[in-house]
Design a binder for this molecule. Structure first.
Ligand SMILES: NC(=O)CC[C@H](N)C(=O)O
Length: 366
């Protein structure tokens, strides 16, 4: 029998639907994702930690869940909100249903709700707190508890690897500073033969430099980029090095900007999905990109730094990329590692590899 479940928002609205996944209640920041596919990657992307995701695409779960497409070790997201849940997926790689996966991960979901109306509300009122409950009889009490709920601030610490991990390769040696990295960043670097050393988010510049890296990669990650001042200080020291290529993705982009003296701010409802157009200001090229961020770099604040704006979002004109005026340092707010697609900007990894080769005069590491 179908179990009733309710999505209650901070503004007092209540959406009745049906339960799937875990039976526990959830509380978190309610956001929406506009991707037509990619729910498995979204489910396992550490950058969604603490959030309840509403999917605007009306049918979710139709190709099931497979063993290969996870982006993180455990899902950080708090809950899933879908319109129609596919109970009988069809795909040759599928090993379980989305409902079964959410049960395994102890993440609750709700289906049978008007996701379009929820999305319109978030777009007009902004991101807010929400909860998934099986009983909404005491709605006023639930709304009051939502209003005082503090969103967690330690998501990066929770998602970063706890120890240093080395992945061999014959190409340039890259330190991947892990703020809750999607697995596909490592995959893209390894595909290009890099030797990758993954280090926890709070590793000092001294330890990082002792590895004699040929490049530094700053990963994506959850939460507010200003919540890790230690990492910002480390990045400042790494930027100050002579000729050390650096590439930042999403949170990594925000951290390079903060370390250079710029500021970030919270967007009204963020960018989440696989269909966000971005313009490269140098050549006018438009890429369709995968995005997942709630904060953005303030372009005005970049004026007083050594960084210049390289990319901008076409939907709302917010910043999507920067590069250093002199040094081999660049970063983007979107996800060139994609996963889910599109792969329009995958060549940014090749650009990073070329930068490392140029910086080393073409030499491989010893
Ligand atoms: N995917 C990311 O790295 C997200 C960065 C940051 N947590 C934000 O929401 O803006």
């Amino acid at each position: 029998m179908k179990q009733r479940r309710f999505l209650v928002l901070e503004d007092g609205s209540c959406y009745p639907g049906y339960a799937f996944g875990s039976t526990k209640d959830a509380i978190g920041e309610i956001v929406f994702n506009t991707g037509m596919t990619g729910y498995q990657e979204t489910l396992s992307d550490p950058s969604y930690t603490g959030q309840i995701i509403t999917f605007t695409y009306p049918l979710i779960g139709n190709y099931g869940i497979n063993e290969d497409d996870y982006e993180g070790v455990y899902p950080g997201l708090k809950g899933m909100v879908v319109h129609e849940l596919a109970e009988h997926p069809s795909n040759f790689r599928s090993t379980k249903t989305l409902d079964e996966a959410l049960k395994d991960f102890d993440v609750p979901g709700i289906y049978g709700v008007d996701t379009r109306s929820i999305t319109r509300k978030i777009r007009s009122s902004g991101t807010m707190r929400g909860t998934l409950v099986d009983n909404a009889d005491k709605l006023d009490e639930i709304v009051e508890s939502l209003k005082v709920y503090q969103l967690p601030v330690d998501e990066i610490q929770l998602n970063s690897s706890k120890e240093i991990k080395q992945f061999p390769g014959d190409g340039p040696r890259v330190i991947l500073l892990d703020f809750g990295s999607k697995d596909n960043i490592l995959v893209e670097l390894s595909k290009r033969d890099c030797e990758v050393i993954v280090v926890p988010w709070n590793t000092s510049a001294e330890i990082i430099l002792a590895y004699k890296p040929q490049g530094i990669m700053l990963s994506n990650g959850p939460g507010n980029p200003t919540s890790v001042p230690e990492a910002i200080e480390t990045i400042k020291q790494l930027i100050a090095q002579e000729n050390l290529p650096m590439f930042g993705v999403c949170l990594g982009h925000q951290l390079i900007s903060l370390a250079s003296g710029a500021t970030t701010y919270k967007l009204k409802f963020g960018h989440r999905g696989a269909n966000h157009p971005v313009k490269d200001l140098e050549n006018g090229k438009i890429s369709i990109t995968s995005q997942n961020h709630g904060y953005a770099v303030d372009e005005d604040s970049l004026k007083q730094t050594d960084l210049i704006v390289s990319h901008r979002a076409l939907n709302d004109g917010t910043n999507e990329g920067i590069k250093h005026k002199e040094k081999p340092i660049f970063s983007v707010q979107y996800h060139p590692e994609a996963s889910p697609d599109p792969h329009d900007s995958n060549d940014l990894f090749d650009h990073f590899i070329n930068m490392m080769k140029t910086a080393q005069g073409g030499k491989q590491h010893a």
